[in-house]
Write a protein that binds this ligand. Structure first.
Ligand code: GLN
Length: 231
């Protein structure tokens, strides 16, 4: 049963410099509808747009490209500031790489690329191999529900070490950490936006609705306590 929630417009941003932006927009829209939450999803291309959203999604794609463009437009420091202020951030694949504190490439060992450093983890790029080793597998993620989640791994990274107690491991695949949460930041190695399963996006929306970042703004009031219940 979903309960209807009424509040002022929720706005979620998708960083739109490169990668699977439209897929995230679509899945987030689907998740909002699923939850009966009124909101809109907008693309973020410039740093002044960050102030307009209550949560940010960083898509999969090519982390070096996204990182370089984001740095060029002053988006990296702006996102870092928003994150310290409590804004919920959700990164998938390249997004996870960008959020990590340390990054290494499994093939080249190279470590130099612009990143955000907002998740206390080290991430290895291409940890599951290159493009031709991409695969799909159902994985268990108890925090988002009993049914296994369809994990699409495309040149996927993995978390190679967790650097603080604040980091919660949400899922692993073949001994490699594939999804984590640190406070209101989520980083996952696979691509929920390429599936029709909206549970990860719903989980992120719930984080936004509960976040002190929203409450701090003072205009974002829920009229019902229960945000969302899933059968
Ligand atoms: N391997 C890519 C990178 O390093 C990430 C792949 C993806 O987002 N599907 O950016």
């Amino acid at each position: 049963m979903c309960k209807k929630v009424k509040f002022k417009l929720l706005r979620i941003g998708v960083l739109a410099l490169q990668g699977d932006v439209s897929e995230h927009i679509e899945t987030t829209d689907m998740a909002l509808r699923e939850m009966n939450v009124e909101g809109e999803v907008i693309t973020i291309k410039r740093e002044n747009q960050i102030d307009k959203v209550h949560g940010l999604i960083i898509p999969g794609g090519e982390s070096t490209t996204i990182g370089r463009i984001a740095e060029h437009y002053g988006l990296l420091s702006k996102i870092r500031d928003a994150s310290s202020a409590g804004m919920p951030i959700f990164g998938t694949c390249a997004g996870l790489i960008l959020m990590a504190k340390h990054v290494r490439d499994a093939m080249t060992g190279k470590i130099e690329q612009p990143i955000l450093g907002i998740l206390d983890v080290e991430v290895i790029r291409n940890a599951f191999g290159r493009q031709r080793e991409s695969f799909e597998s159902y994985i268990e993620i108890p925090k988002i529900g009993k049914a296994c989640f369809p994990g699409i791994f495309i040149r996927a990274p993995a978390v190679s070490s967790v650097l603080s107690d604040e980091v919660e491991v949400l899922a692993s695949y073949e001994g490699k950490i594939a999804a984590i949460q640190q406070d209101n930041r989520i980083g996952i190695a696979f691509h929920p936006e390429l599936t029709t399963d909206t549970r990860f996006h719903e989980f992120f929306i719930e984080l936004i609705l509960k976040s002190p970042f929203i409450e701090g703004e003072g205009f974002f009031k829920l009229e019902e306590e229960n945000i969302h219940e899933r059968e």
